[in-house]
Design a protein around this ligand. Structure first.
Ligand SMILES: [Zn+2]
Length: 230
């Protein structure tokens, strides 16, 4: 569930039985509230109202941090599917990446060169992108009732995906930095182009019926897309 404040701040709300208190988390340019299951929406809105200024400040700070150029040094934060991991550079003969206990561990054969760590990471994100995006595309293709002819991953400077007139879908691998539900939206967005190869009203109706939260994701990408960099 999402709450949108008067000044157009989108806050994701997660209600859980495991919580007795409320916590607000800011990561990756988005805000999330984790609250006890029984809390009323009225109470939630009240709390958000009280904390709006704080949330906005934190959000802006988090955006600044993640849009700074990466240095590829130990302890630097990298996001994968919206989760933050601290970079840990390990010695190694082979190039390798592993997510382990809050860390993204990278071993690079030329580990003292900044570019080397970067290249190893980029290749890892691309591999993950193919794996995850093919799986998601197949899952949503079945739900929507369409079948793409090919799925590829590449680099785009300013778009997240593309669907050609012959049904080939290409994704920008950098979408893997974004939260999982944003990646889902991009997949649904491209798959719906198999029904309508435009952004007409009919097209957006297809998106809406297959991904009701699409607007929030669309706006999130507009606001945060520039931060999805390696
Ligand atoms: Zn489109």
């Amino acid at each position: 569930m999402n709450i949108i404040t008067n000044d157009n701040l989108t806050i994701e709300v997660i209600k859980t039985k495991r919580r007795k208190t409320i916590s607000i988390k800011i990561a990756n340019g988005s805000a999330r509230i984790i609250a006890p299951e029984k809390i009323s929406n009225f109470r939630l809105e009240e709390i958000i109202k009280d904390r709006t200024v704080w949330i906005r400040k934190k959000l802006e700070k988090s955006k600044l941090i993640i849009s700074k150029p990466k240095k590829y040094i130990n302890g630097e934060v990298f996001s994968y599917l919206g989760h933050d991991y601290k970079l840990k550079i390990l010695p190694g003969i082979k190039s390798h990446v592993k997510i382990n206990d809050g860390f993204i561990e990278v071993s690079s054969s030329k580990r003292f060169q900044k570019d080397s760590v970067k290249n190893v990471l980029v290749e890892w994100y691309k591999d993950k992108a193919i794996e995850v995006l093919v799986e998601k595309t197949n899952k949503f293709a079945e739900i929507i009732g369409v079948q793409p002819n090919a799925i590829t991953v590449r680099y785009y400077k300013s778009r997240w995906g593309q669907c050609s007139s012959i049904g080939k879908i290409s994704y920008n691998w950098r979408i893997m930095i974004a939260p999982d539900h944003i990646v889902d939206y991009v997949v649904v967005h491209e798959l719906c182009h198999l029904l309508e190869l435009n952004h007409s009203k009919d097209y957006w109706n297809h998106v809406l019926s297959n991904y009701p939260d699409y607007k929030e994701c669309h706006n999130w990408l507009k606001a945060n897309g520039h931060t999805l960099i390696l």
